[in-house]
Design a protein around this ligand. Sequence first.
Ligand SMILES: Cc1ncc(COP(=O)(O)O)c(C=O)c1O
Length: 504
Amino acid sequence: MQLPLKLERQSKQTLQNQLFEQIRSLILSGKLKPGTPMPATRSLSEQLGVSRNTVLLAYDRLIAEDYLQTQEAVGTYVNSYLPPDSLVLKAPTQPLVLPEKPQSRRHPILFRGRAQKVANSQRSRLAVDFRVGRLDPHSFPIKIWRRLILRHLGAGGANLTEYRNPIGILALREAIANHLGPARGIAVTPEQIIVVSGSQQALNIVARLLIAQGTRVVTECPCYQGAAYVFESYGAQLHPVPVDQYGLQVSKLPLAPVSLAYVTPSHQYPMGSTLSLKRRVQLLDWAGQVGAYLIEDDYDSDFRHNGSPLTALAGLDPYDCVIYMGTVSKSIGAGLRLGYVLVPEELMEPAKTVKALLDNGNPWLDQAILADFISGGGYAKHLRQIRRMYLRRRDCLIAALKYHFGEVKLSGLEGGMHIVWHLPPDFPTAIEMQAIARETGVGMYALESGGAYDYGYKEYSERTLLLGYSSLPETQIRAGIAKVAAAFLKVLGNPPVKSKLASS
Ligand SMILES: Cc1ncc(COP(=O)(O)O)c(C=O)c1O
């Protein structure tokens, strides 16, 4: 079946958006009936003369918004359970003349921003998903959590009915302070800590304190989408500074005044490098010189696979300029929405006020449980267990890649929950590899779809694939890479000479 679609290459809208809109309106106008099979992505891409990935991405969005459904061995078709007739636009018998919209007297919406895609609508469809930064649901300490819930509920009393300190309950702030000393080399008191709903809230608090329209903010390039999008939404003027295998290239930092720099020194997101000690010291000196605050996002430093972790920037800071963010999203579970932020003394009072204005504090029960889990030693034990598990999974992924693809160039191996695969020039681009993998039910991610912000630099976005290993048992890791290798061979037919694929 050929669909009546026409894409305008001159349009300001992307091809993918045009395709999404046109298919959606065919469905809403009843021209494509519920249950109608959709053309295969390959034939539609040929019909329209666009890349297969454009069609795949448009289909993905239509699936995510429930216009299309997909079923293994059947294919993609128009959702059979679309809203009742009343919601479906009927094709007008005469050209539709819309009444002129009365001039709105409402105030314009001032917020400008975009949200990163944290939820994965593809997840259920993928047999093996190497999505970055995910935990294995089986690793959640469910037994202890159940026991702690019951204990604290029973003794909760007024804690459950009254407001508590918006910056977090003291027991949790004490537990965090005691953990950070030995784990990250940061000497901190509970008074300097604010408990937050994950790093995302910490970023919003800091942005609210320091960013107005046009404020210059340095970020790593590439960097974490979640941070860059928050800064943008407050009107920041982003100033990207490239990273290499030793982390942020400190020598390329601007000398003009900068309010804030956002960095991931333990395990650069997404490229995985660790900022060397020399550069840490230089970065602090730079911040001292230009009067910038540094946000240190220490999201996955609990997982150091080679050598000991380097002391956090916050533990080396002579200028009291580091805002340190930690989260339990990578160690216990992102569903808990708990993290913490340490702020320099002069920011503490306004930061407390912002936190109170935002939500008057995190749920007491969750905080009490986490406090007990950390101070009772359960957290340290849990970290040891999952660290071992992640290391095994990392090694398994490296071995599987080498087995199927020969001498692969990888980085970001020293720690964290994902590795970076640098594709050789004779391989398809990262987006194409992502599409090849997806077609065979495997999720591998080019930078942008892996939650990174690459500032449009092709050298990063075209040759880099992100592979998270933390959520996948070794059998799945091996099966996933084998599937991609087979699909790669089938699509390319002519594998790179040095690759093992050639001889297998
Ligand atoms: C660089 C980085 N920082 C922070 C986070 C965690 O955010 P949160 O604590 O809001 O879940 C992530 C999660 O993917 C991340 O990749």
